[in-house]
Design a protein around this ligand. Structure first.
Ligand code: B3K
Ligand code: ZN
Length: 886
């Protein structure tokens, strides 16, 4: 808890530790309220730091029971304990052994960091700084040790005992107790330590690595859930094979375990050899999980597995380097999904995520560089910027180097830094050396916050037969960064002739081997540059930033006619989608302005005609078509309007365009609704999922179009659905439309699934996103539902998080009621789980964009929170930074 204003930690103040710890032997006696941890540390003075003779260890919420050095018990005059740690005076200047006995209370640990007991399972979460709640330690990622862990527990309480590495011994003890010993031979930082114990069932499989090592694979779940693990296991095996093939990386222990728990602060955690997952990202059965759930399981299982090399074998020197493991691992999981499914669809969905989560962060008071230079609470920096923009930086490196040279650079990175705690500089140097490219300017991307704007203008000169493309870049100031340097921005470019053909590109002064290609990566390195394409014999429309080669906002002098043309003809699928977004945004923003002036919105007939063409293009993959027809989200529209945002007008404009498309294209939607029906056994693969996705988009448009048809189909689908995807899609349509069918469907669904905690989260979240006027009252009522608990992060995210971050219309109600409700929950949650509370508070980050009335309400509640006496560092940092006081 906050004492006085907490002091920020600075990157520039990094120094090596005074001591290294090479070995950690833990002996953990589990007990719900008084778990006893005996720790033996092999400590060695860091020769580079000179003699210090006092050792400071991190520790929080611990009760110190005994302490000895080289076997000699230490009297109270030899050490000091405070709320953050333990200082031992007069330690030797040669290697020594410390024995520390502490106690902690897992049952009382509602913050879910350190060792906690939830749903009858003992579980740990140590990243970023949770290990210090288990025992005293140099709890920093550059201190890497070999861990041996012995766990003892009453057999009845915890029949299964797991920790990192390989199991070396286990057996029964007197009094109904038993033990297990685990040894992880790979030195690791304390944040990768894990222990799980409880009544768990498991499913088992194996994988043989390229060099012939047979790895035992296990997924542990609550008994009864074994039939929901098959997809996660399959995803794991595919991820292991992919990492060998694409990055040459093999697994290194004899066993790889995943445990699924129901109380977890985030998605999953990559502890060495013992990944712990939020069960939402493991458990799936066709009747309980949607296609999106399956896709998330595949991606997250792969992500955590990939950390074994990017994160665990090579870890981070300090927490400022977080993107070194996270951005890189997100890039790797994105590539994995692109290879498993559709590359174009994956890119579209990643850019959508970037725009909805990262762009607003980068454009508001919480903006920070991909490698931050200061933090108060590191847990607040597991952000879209570090993860998603971090992945975009790696993707740009991949684009600039090309696949082959990128792989050479990565190989060199693994070779040089395996077993080390590394930095962003180490990574860039390896890529520059291995890939043969100067990355000095590129490095600025890691230190400059904010989304750069690229302004493009193209002109065809008939007389010279030349197309001149001028690109310039602007990076607006962000908190504490008033001036920005120009960045190295890769802009993949094509030119499209009026008949829809790609024009071969001859770039004046360009690389010879690329001459004549129809798509080129231009390197924008200066504030303004002109690229001249010669031999262009006809008028052409530029297709810029193909595949979204850089995380920038692109402004270009194109008209709705040009967007319509690109929507229909661009050979780059990403840019076809992008053109649809631009065209729709142009119609929608004009309509928002019209609505605010009391004028009727346009029906968007021109846009509808192009969409009709797409719905009839049979060669397109269904999921791509589904993506093409989704209008930009209300939050994205708010972003592009940028100031004085009026959420009611945005909602009305978007809904009226959906209604108008639903009406104008009704026949096509009906035809596709039938054509996309999937027969036979359910499969979560991209092909089947894509058909369901397009079919359900059609359903949603048909309902939006008014009349009874859509609702009737939704009702029929809801009654007959044999999988959760179709069930949820139809329930969403019914639940978002006022009428008797709504209550009936919600009740039927509830009664069927009330004992399934994951499905109940969907039921909560669905009601939290409702655009209907009674939504906030309903949410308050649902908080009293027996399945809801403020102590379970999934419940909090489903009901409160979804409302705050996913229901722009109702969260931003003009009277401020949505803000006050969420703020009250943040205050209450801060006492239970500060990390989750701070996350939810993030929903206020764009408060300055809104019209004055809402802005004032948001400022009020933020000030109220910031002024609270007992705030966690987590919430304090977000509240004060959002207000702009810190
Ligand atoms: N590394 C973890 C996230 C830990 C979050 C700590 N607050 C999961 C991941 O990114 O793979
Ligand atoms: Zn990660």
């Amino acid at each position: 808890m906050r004492t006085e204003d907490p002091r920020p930690i600075l990157l520039k103040e990094y120094s090596e530790p005074d001591y290294w710890i090479d070995e950690v032997h833990l002996d953990v006696a589990l007990d719900p309220e008084a778990a006893e941890v005996k720790s033996r540390l092999s400590v060695r003075p860091n020769a580079k730091r000179g003699a210090k003779n006092a050792l400071r260890l991190d520790g929080e919420k611990l009760e110190l029971m005994a302490l000895s050095l080289n076997g000699e018990p230490l009297g109270p005059n030899r050490y000091q304990v405070d709320a953050q740690g333990l200082t031992i005076m007069d330690v030797p200047d040669a290697p020594f052994t410390l024995d520390i006995t502490t106690r902690c209370n897992p049952a009382a640990n509602t913050a879910l960091t350190g060792l906690y007991l939830a749903g009858g399972i003992f579980c740990t979460q140590c990243e970023a700084e949770g290990f210090r709640r288990i025992t005293y330690m140099l709890d920093r990622p550059d201190v890497m040790a070999v861990y041996k862990t012995r766990i003892t527990a009453p057999k009845s309480l915890a029949p299964v005992l797991l920790a990192n590495g390989n199991c070396t011994a286990s057996g029964d003890l007197p009094d109904g107790k038993h033990f297990a010993e685990w040894h992880d031979p790979y030195p690791k930082p304390s944040y990768l330590f894990a222990l799980v114990a409880g009544d768990l069932a498991h499913v088992q499989d194996s994988f043989t690595t390229a060099s012939g090592r047979k790895v035992d694979l296990r997924i542990y779940v609550e008994p009864g859930n074994e039939d929901r693990c098959a997809y996660a296991m399959d995803a794991l095996k595919r991820a292991m094979a992919w990492d060998e093939k694409v990055f040459g990386r093999e697994y290194d222990l004899d066993i790889f375990m995943i445990v699924a728990v129901s109380a977890f602060n985030m998605g999953a955690m990559e502890n060495k050899g013992l990944n712990i997952f939020n069960d939402k990202y493991i458990l799936a059965r066709p009747d309980t999980a949607t296609d999106l759930d399956y896709a998330n399981i595949e991606a997250i299982v792969a992500h955590e597995y990939f950390h074994n090399w990017t994160g665990n074998r090579i870890t981070c020197r300090d927490w400022f380097q977080l993107c070194l493991k996270e951005g890189l691992t997100v890039f790797r999981d994105q590539e994995f999904t692109a290879d498993m499914r559709s590359r174009a669809v994956k890119r579209i969905s990643d850019v959508r995520t970037l725009r909805t989560h990262q762009f607003p962060e980068d454009g508001g008071p919480l903006a920070h560089p991909v490698r931050p230079d200061s933090y108060i609470e590191i847990n607040n920096f597991y952000t879209a910027t570090v993860y998603e923009k971090g992945a975009e930086l790696v993707r740009m490196l991949h684009t600039l180097l090309g696949a082959e040279r990128f792989r050479k650079g990565m190989d060199l990175y693994f070779e040089r830094h395996d077993g080390e705690a590394a930095t962003v500089e180490d990574f860039l140097t390896a890529l520059a050396d291995g890939g043969g490219l100067d990355l000095a300017q590129f490095k600025r991307w890691y230190g400059q916050a904010g989304t750069p704007e690229v302004i493009a203008s193209g002109k065809w000169d008939q007389a010279k037969q030349e197309y001149a493309l001028t690109l310039s870049q602007i990076s607006a100031p962000t908190p504490s960064q008033p001036h920005k340097e120009p960045l190295h921005i890769p802009v993949e470019t094509g030119l499209i002739a009026e008949d829809g053909r790609d024009v071969p590109l001859h770039l004046a002064g360009g690389a010879a081997e690329e001459d004549g290609r129809t798509s080129r990566v231009l390197s924008l390195t200066q504030r303004e540059q002109c690229f001249r394409f010669t031999n262009v014999a006809e008028r052409a429309v530029p297709s810029l930033l193909r595949g979204f080669t850089a995380p920038v906002k692109l402004s270009v002098n194109l008209t709705d006619r040009d967007w319509a043309f690109l929507m229909a003809h661009d050979s780059d699928p990403f840019n076809r989608w992008e053109a649809a977004q631009k065209y729709a945004t142009s119609v929608l923003t004009a309509n928002v302005a019209a609505i605010r002036e009391g004028v009727k919105p346009r029906k968007g007939e021109g846009f509808a005609e192009i969409v009709r063409g797409i719905l009839r293009e049979e060669a397109l993959e269904p999921e791509f078509v589904a993506q093409m027809i989704v209008l930009p989200a209300e939050q994205t529209l708010a972003q592009s309007i940028g100031q004085d945002v009026d959420v009611d007008a945005i909602h009305e404009a978007r809904e009226s365009l959906r209604a108008s498309l639903g009406g104008l294209l009704k026949d096509d939607f009906l035809r596709l609704y039938d054509a996309m029906r999937v027969e036979g056994t359910y499969s979560p693969d991209a092909d089947h999922a894509g058909r369901r996705s397009l079919r359900n988009s059609c359903l949603s448009y048909l309902a939006a179009g008014g009349g009874e048809d859509g609702l009737k189909l939704a009702k029929q689908q809801f009654d007959s659905a044999d999988n959760m995807t179709d069930s949820m899609a139809s329930l969403t349509v019914l639940a978002h439309t006022e009428g008797p069918a709504r209550e009936e469907a919600l009740k039927t669904f509830h009664d069927r699934w009330q004992h399934d905690h994951l499905v109940m989260d969907k039921w909560f979240a669905l009601q939290a996103t409702s655009p209907l006027p009674g939504t906030l009252d309903k949410i308050k009522e649902l908080m009293a539902h027996p399945a809801f608990s403020l102590r379970n992060p999934n419940k909090v995210r489903a009901l409160i998080g979804t409302f705050a971050a996913g229901n722009q219309l109702r969260f931003h109600a003009a009277d401020g009621s949505g803000y006050r409700f969420v703020a009250d929950q943040v205050s209450a949650l801060d006492k239970i789980n500060p990390q989750v509370a701070a996350r939810i508070l993030g929903a206020f980050k764009s408060w300055r964009q809104f019209e004055p009335g809402r802005r004032a309400h948001m400022k009020d509640v933020l000030e109220r929170i910031a002024a609270e006496a007992e705030l966690s560092r987590d919430v304090y940092e977000i509240a004060t930074k959002t207000l702009g006081q810190n």
